[in-house]
Write a protein that binds this ligand. Structure first.
Ligand SMILES: Cc1cc2nc3c(=O)[nH]c(=O)nc-3n(C[C@H](O)[C@H](O)[C@H](O)COP(=O)(O)OP(=O)(O)OC[C@H]3O[C@@H](n4cnc5c(N)ncnc54)[C@H](O)[C@@H]3O)c2cc1C
Length: 363
């Protein structure tokens, strides 16, 4: 996005992959979930003012106008997360940016190794030295090494005196402790849940997986999870009490997959029996279906994480120009910076907003 907006300078794009935009390519199941109807600074982990400033300058409507003007027409598809805009194909976005950056020189299959400064930037790459007056670092986070992720942004930032806050895999599944090993037996089954942690609550699908659990609600929870307990309501649209009348067995009376019910009841050591025969103590046990607390063991890690949370401390980055406050003419954009968005097109929206704002203030 940045390179597409700066036409009055000689620009070189350095990319370790053979093609640009490979994260875009695999995003949103190859349909790039590019923005959301309901974008707000509240959908991001990180400095609210820093995020809001970019979103105010280049909003979701601005991004959609920009895309439409350039022949890309995303449509709302709320199947996974409310308000999400998906493209017809991710390739449309890559083709658009390829066209819009035809004025740039592209160094592909070229890996940046390190950067020094001596009256200009000396970018040491796998294909030799590249000199530049200005340097914009937008090399992303640590997720998905298979499509080119590397820690180079953090290394360059540290070289020029920036702090990097601890990074962690985010928008990723949770692994589970022994007490939740029953999740693994349900691999492949999904159900709608509410997940609560601290002040946040996410509604959406939870997918039981071989390693633990995944799915949109879990991915969102992982962004805010530090360590410690999360609470799951496995029946967010129903109250329990009215379902406990009649002679049906628990596993039939509750509107949840039978296999799930069997494993859940085993895990709370409750026999499947007619709901009318439940003692008040047994009813209390069953109430955990709306209030199931557990501490994830960890996450599936950077190989499966859609994003990396944490990153370059934004207090030493100008919120309008994205220039480093330590080094003139050095800029940082995108996922390598601290703020990270929830699932649903929030990340592309913020990073395109940042790049657009940066380009508009570029001297
Ligand atoms: C599977 C998956 C699906 C996703 N789906 C969505 C979605 O639908 N919607 C959404 O909003 N977000 C989605 N995301 C997140 C989104 O893709 C990222 O947040 C976003 O691409 C970050 O943009 P960026 O420009 O900062 O970095 P990137 O898009 O990661 O681009 C950085 C580029 O720098 C290159 N690079 C890195 N190190 C070097 C080096 N040393 N030398 C040279 N080049 C280097 C990389 O190859 C890469 O091409 C998804 C992520 C994944 C992994």
């Amino acid at each position: 996005m940045f390179a597409s907006q700066v036409k009055n300078k000689k620009i070189a794009i350095i990319e370790s992959n053979a093609k640009i935009g490979q994260k875009i390519k695999i995003s949103g199941g190859a349909k790039c979930n590019i923005t959301n109807e309901n974008v707000s600074f509240k959908n991001y982990l990180g400095d609210k003012e820093f995020v809001k400033n970019s979103l105010d300058f280049f909003s979701n409507k601005d991004l959609l106008n920009f895309l439409n003007k350039n022949g890309v027409y995303p449509k709302v598809n709320p199947k996974i997360v409310k308000g999400t805009y998906f493209c017809n194909s991710s390739q449309d976005v890559i083709d658009m940016f390829t066209k819009l950056t035809s004025h740039t020189k592209k160094f592909l299959n070229t890996k940046v190794i390190d950067v020094k400064y001596d009256k200009g930037f000396l970018v040491n790459t796998s294909k030799g030295l590249i000199k530049a007056k200005n340097l914009v670092v937008a090399s992303g986070g640590l997720s998905y090494v298979s499509v080119g992720a590397s820690p180079i942004a953090y290394e360059i930032a540290k070289e020029f005196g920036h702090e990097v806050t601890p990074t962690k895999p985010a928008l990723v599944g949770f692994t589970v402790q022994k007490e939740q090993f029953w999740f693994k037996k349900l691999s492949g089954i999904s159900c709608e849940v509410d997940i609560k942690l601290d002040e946040k609550k996410f509604n959406g699908k939870l997918l039981f997986a071989h390693k633990g659990c995944s799915g949109p609600a879990v991915l969102n929870a992982s962004l805010y999870w530090q360590k410690g307990k999360i609470t799951i309501d496995f029946m967010p649209k129903k109250k329990l009490e009215p379902l406990l009348k009649g002679n049906k067995n628990i596993s039939t009376a509750l509107p949840l997959p039978k296999r799930f019910m069997q494993e859940f009841l085993d895990s709370i050591e409750l026999k499947d029996k007619p709901v009318s025969k439940l003692s008040s103590e047994e009813k209390d046990k069953l109430k955990t279906i709306k209030n199931y607390e557990f501490s994830p063991a960890g996450t599936f890690g950077y190989t499966k994480a859609e994003v990396t949370s944490g990153g370059i401390d934004i207090s030493s980055i100008d919120k309008n120009s994205f220039e480093s406050k330590h080094q003139e003419k050095l800029y940082f954009l995108g996922e390598c910076l601290e703020p990270t968005g929830e699932l649903g097109g929030y990340n592309f929206q913020l990073y395109f907003s940042q790049a657009y704002l940066c380009a508009n203030n570029f001297k």
